[in-house]
Write a protein that binds this ligand. Sequence first.
Ligand code: UTP
Length: 304
Amino acid sequence: MTPDQPSRPITKAVIPAAGLGTRFLPATKATPKEMLPVVDKPAIQYVVEESVRAGLDDLLIITGRNKAALEDHFDHHWELEQALEAKGDLHRLERVRESAVLKVHFVRQGQPKGLGHAVHVAKEHVGDNPFAVLLGDDLIDARDHLLEEMLRVREEKGGSVVALLEVPPESVHLYGCAAVDGRDGDVVRITGLVEKPDPSEAPSNLAVIGRYVLDPSVFEVLEHTPPGRGGEIQLTDALQTLASSSEPGGGVHGVVFRGRRYDTGDRLDYLKAVVRLGVDHAELGKDFGEWLDDFSGQRASGQR
Ligand code: UTP
């Protein structure tokens, strides 16, 4: 941080979960995609746990229509808890309570007008504090420490920080894409951002993934950000403005992530996430891994 920007510890995390989840229909017609189970927990619980591990325990989930299950999941379920207690099933009781003891707040987006709009809805809760944004369907493996590294970069450089992933050039049109310079290991300075570019116009193969540490000046920028690609208010467009701003709070850096990420909002990536986290699961991993090897062997020999 520069001397005129005193360091403030970051405690707030915003988790947008108000999207329509159209890529996963019909599963997401009545169930939020963030509540789809990944092995034995809903996707959003992994995201909440990641945030708490990084020291951000003041959580705000942005919800919308059809998202009541999210609020129920992060609340107590007294009948269930009493039934498990009566049966003496303390292991399951503990697992059911895990998600209810966290400090989780909710606000509704009203209309899903895009990720930038969803983040702006958090303004009142966040106030004039830097904060993290974690997308509710984007999982980072618990063994990797992306968010901690992003918080460190914000502390050192100020401004905002985004997570970047090197993707094959033919996939760049699925993401926000960054133009960068000033590379220092896995930390880059971002000079521009473009949402879902045509591969021939992409400034790099560095894609923005669902982790951000944002300066509160982003709210002011979002207020003046018109709908962009897809008619949605894009967070990428607001970050593009901040990247070229020399105002206090301006400037955007990127952290290139080389760890394990699971995009559970996409059907194929969701299946991969279940398998990858399933084989690592403390209770199920051994049996599941053996079954998977057997199944793969059968497929290879044409028995399936
Ligand atoms: P996505 O683009 O992945 O979500 O947004 P979506 O719109 O639900 O997906 P599809 O394309 O229709 O399948 C990334 C994140 O931003 C949230 C989503 O819930 C997801 O966590 N989001 C998106 C909002 O909260 N509000 C919005 O208006 C849009």
